[in-house]
Design a protein around this ligand. Sequence first.
Ligand code: PLP
Length: 434
Amino acid sequence: MLFYSTKTKGLKASLEEAVFRSLPPDNGLYMPEHIPQISSDFLNTIESRSFKDIAIEVAYTLLAEDISRKDIEKIIESSYDFEAPVVQITPDDYVLELFHGPSMAFKDFGARFMAALMSYFLVRSQREIQILVATSGDTGGAVAQGFYKVPGISVTILYPSGKVSDIQEKQLTTLGHNVTAIEVDGTFDDCQKLVKEAFLDNELTSKFNLASANSINIARLIPQSFYFFSAYAQLKKLNKPLVFSVPSGNFGNLSAGLLAYRMGLPVQQFLASTNLNNSVPRYLDKGVFEPLPSIETISNAMDVGNPSNFIRMTRFFNDDWNLVREKISGYYFDDEQTQKTMREVFGNTNYVLCPHTAIAFKGLQEYRLETCGNFVGIFLSTAHPAKFIDLVEETLGKSIDIPERLKSLLSIEKVSIKMKPSFNDFKMLLMNDL
Ligand SMILES: *Cc1c(COP(=O)(O)O)cnc(C)c1O
């Protein structure tokens, strides 16, 4: 499979190049040159397959020219010791729980696969790489866990001191081994700037094979399509059209759903559910994409004013607004509506939603009201509510359980390197092997 740049159709890359470069040299995004169809025999029997079987079949359909079936099996086997179950919430609505991975957010699906795929290529070429990543919270945890102890890869994570939650900080700072956390006395933007400068520095790039693990990497997009197929497998017996509501920030998750749809997954409608960072719902409504500066909300992993995957999302429809809005409906909600939804769902069903997941459920409710359709609704749960425990407990007015995996983290001592937001300091650290 070749990947082309969304900015220059003729600028193409192999899978290996796309994965290690992350971005094409013209700063577009990599997209698959053509989209192979999942076999209809497979779709006809998908309800009897495990999550791993589904992941292997989808990955092989996309990457058969690049990696042998045996190696894809190994990559999937080493990536997923967790699944994506659906849980019924109302007679027709199901939550797709994507928080059973090591960092308890859906980003584990992408980070694990990307780590295994990079490791596969590195072992063959006997190279070593240094991953640099800036995080505002969830990405860092998933990347740290995903690359933990992966041979040939060291990971350096920069995070803004005092600006991530306790649990998120512990997820970055308690692993050790090949994972180093740098605590920057500054903002997320400072962290991101330091990483960008490092990639432009000749001395650093000649000493290290630097790579990035950011969310637009094609190796994170592909595996996120697996669980759309898995949700279909689990609900196929209901024999009704499916509607997916995706709580969105950078729109990687929704783009992965579109990839699954283009491969032949039967989906009636996708819902782009956002907080007040609503550039995409406004685009769906008006046909104009006007990114704005990010607004802070309680669903902070979705506080993205200018979503980088927007171009991927529209490219699946040849950038034709009329086609995009036929398949995707947009909804957005403020914090008050989000908290009201969390309380309502808890009151009616005892199910605890994280704020991001609540937005997805609310989008589904709105779509139901508008269409009165007879369909099965699936809303994606992108994080375990305990990751946002203070907000969730305050909203529901009661304490909630913390899973063992998170609880045990809190008692481990954090290890971080403190640093001013100075590129010189950062470079010295890297040059002296931290
Ligand atoms: C990253 C994240 C999102 C947004 O996903 P995108 O793919 O960027 O749209 C939503 N919820 C949670 C909890 C996240 O961590």
